[in-house]
Design a protein. Structure first.
Length: 164
């Protein structure tokens, strides 16, 4: 699979699909508020079924594109970014971290979405896309590995600036 061509185009498509989903979700939210306000007086339903189905469809399309773009990289990036002596420990740590985050998403995600609303989920996905795109588009995997091994990554330089 040509990772270097799929990553930029897949990330762009994820951003487009997420933007469409966010727009349709905002329209649906406005319609829901109108319906809730009218339910007390007239009982009218202002929710357009096509908007709701479109928001749902673009949510699934976004997740399909996200999986297509980033799933093949999950096992490759830790191996290519680490030295030979650190690869086994890095893969073990990566597996543990991914499983722990999946566990938290499974059980804490619904509570957070219920308390904070749909915009939280869209905001997290958007931040994840922008973080991945800025960290991976700037250089190749070899360049990223070199930058991480030399200690001049953007994360370490931010820490150095913030600790002053």
């Amino acid at each position: 699979m040509p990772r270097r061509r799929i990553l930029p185009s897949g990330t762009f498509m994820c951003a487009v699909l997420l933007a469409i989903n966010a727009g349709l979700s905002a329209v649906l939210d406005d319609q829901t508020k109108k319906t809730d306000a009218a339910a007390n007086t007239t009982g009218e339903n202002f929710i357009n079924k096509n908007v709701a189905q479109g928001a749902l469809a673009f949510y699934f399309l976004f997740n399909c594109m996200y999986s297509f773009t980033y799933t093949p990289l999950q096992g490759v990036v830790p191996v290519e970014a680490l030295t030979t002596t650190m690869r086994a420990k890095g893969l073990a740590a990566s597996g543990f971290i991914v499983s722990a985050i999946g566990f938290i998403n499974q059980f804490a995600g619904p509570v957070g979405l219920q308390n904070l609303g749909v915009s939280l989920h869209q905001n997290i996905k958007w931040q994840e896309l922008t973080r991945r795109s800025t960290s991976t588009f700037t250089s190749s995997l070899d360049g990223t590995a070199l930058r991480l091994s030399s200690g001049t990554s953007s994360v370490s330089s931010r820490r150095a600036v913030s600790s002053r």
